[in-house]
Design a protein around this ligand. Sequence first.
Ligand SMILES: [Zn+2]
Length: 299
Amino acid sequence: MRYSILAFFFLVAFPVQAQAKVNIFACEPEWGALAQEIGGEAVDVYTASTAAQNVHFLRAKPGLLSAMRQADLVFCNGAALEAGWLPVLLQKAGGPDVQPGKPGHLLAADHVKKLDVPARIDRSMGDVHPDGNPHILLNPRNIGIIAEALADRLKTIDAANRQNYDNRLNSFLRRWKPLTDEWERLGASLRGMKVVVYHTNWAYLINWLALESTATLEPKPGIPPTASHLKAVLTAVEGHDVKAILVAPFENPEAAEWLAGKSGIPVIRLPYTVGGSDKAGDLEGLFSETIRLLREASP
Ligand SMILES: [Zn+2]
């Protein structure tokens, strides 16, 4: 009896030590979702942004600072996507083990081949991405590669749970690979489908499914649409059988709607990331829903 009271005392007094979960600070919803998939019960995931936010322009708010203070692993997109706020957070609130180059710092984009790496950069090109296009998430093959990198990293910083991470990675990949094959089978009919995009954040989806980007509503990356640019876009799309104008939840739809009104091309709001629509509640839903909406626009 005395023993069980003592045991009870320890459970109540030291619940955190008993669990010793890895605190993961994920910058975007897709990486938060992947961290939960691979970490399971062994991790606590904090996700710094929602699908309604454009992560190019997040601000280092107090809530983010306190989450960063707790972090054992910073799991972000990289390729300068978070250049405006992650370095500030790391400097103000990040511990020594989560700084760039340390095991507690994992950037998804470091593990996949990037599109649109510029040969040269100057200011006239707009807010261009110097390390290549950072919006790597919308290719499920990238997600599989990054899942492996994440499991490796978790095994390094939490060796006691190696088996958990291996098991969860394997079960994720056993599910993910046939799903990817199925999406590619369904997506085959979309090959050559012409689309207009707001920003180059659809580049990996376009590349993966061999769609064709006819025009971009932003005159340059990060520069909002102008009247003269939109007129040029209208001329470029007329008579070219463009099927859809792709817009993310956080993008201002005004320019897309103007173009839709003038050209008759429908605007499609794709979820873009996990949580971007009701049916995109997890990574699987994100891709299933994206493929479904594209097929609906290009029957
Ligand atoms: Zn971008």
